[in-house]
Unconditional design. Structure first.
Length: 189
C-alpha cells in the first residue's frame, strides 16, 4: 500500500524516474545531487518506497533527537555528528564489509548551502569499500530523477571527480542558486 501511495505522490508531483534499476547491484553508494532544499528528502523517501529501493542515509544528528528520532531511523537514517571527527569514512567502509547488501545515499555537497566543491567522503567510501557509485540527479527543472550506470572509482581522485562533476552539470535543484558552482574544470584535492 505504501508503495502505491508513494508512486501516486511522485506522479502528482510530475516526476519520472530514468536510468537502470540500481537494485540489481547489491552494494553501492548513491551520490545524490543537488541538495538545495528540504524538499530533496521527501523526494528521496518517495523513491525509496515507490521503486522500492533498499537504502540508508546519513543525516545531521539533530534530526535524530526526541521526538522525531525514531521516525528518521525507521526511514533508514543514521545520525552523524558533523562537528566531530569520527572516522566516518572508515566506519562506513567497515559496514560495507559486514553486509552482503548495503546502500547509502549521500549528498556530495554535505549541506543545502551553496558550496564551491564537493566533500570527498562519498568518493572515498566507495573507493575503499570497492563498491560502485550510482550518480543520482534530482532534477527539479525537468522533473526527472535519473540513476546512472554504476561508476567504479579508478583511485585517481581528480580524474574521477571531473567525470562526476561533468555528469551533474546542468541539473537544477529546487533552489538552483544554492547548487554547487564549480569555479572551473579543475578539482581541488
Amino acid at each position: 500500500m505504501l508503495k502505491l501511495i508513494c508512486r501516486l505522490i511522485l506522479k502528482i508531483w510530475g516526476f519520472r524516474v530514468t536510468g537502470p534499476n540500481p537494485e540489481l547491484i547489491p552494494k553501492k553508494v548513491y551520490a545524490v545531487y543537488p541538495h538545495t532544499s528540504n524538499w530533496d528528502f521527501p523526494l528521496g523517501i518517495m523513491l525509496k518506497f515507490a521503486m522500492p529501493i533498499a537504502v540508508n542515509y546519513v543525516g545531521k544528528d539533530s534530526l535524530f533527537k526526541w521526538p522525531y528520532g525514531w521516525f528518521f531511523r525507521w526511514l533508514g537514517g543514521i545520525p552523524v555528528d558533523r562537528k566531530k571527527s569520527t572516522n566516518f569514512v572508515d566506519n562506513m567502509v567497515r559496514l560495507y564489509g559486514q553486509y552482503d547488501k548495503l546502500a547509502f545515499a549521500l549528498a556530495p555537497e554535505g549541506t543545502r548551502k551553496r558550496v564551491q566543491k564537493f566533500k570527498s567522503g562519498f568518493y572515498y567510501i566507495a573507493d575503499k569499500a570497492q563498491v560502485p557509485i550510482i550518480l543520482v540527479k534530482f532534477d527539479f527543472g525537468h522533473k526527472i530523477v535519473d540513476f546512472s550506470e554504476p561508476f567504479y572509482t579508478t583511485g585517481v581522485y581528480a580524474v574521477d571527480m571531473k567525470y562526476i562533476i561533468n555528469h551533474f552539470k546542468g541539473v537544477k535543484g529546487v533552489n538552483p542558486e544554492l547548487a554547487c558552482q564549480w569555479e572551473d574544470e579543475s578539482v581541488e584535492l
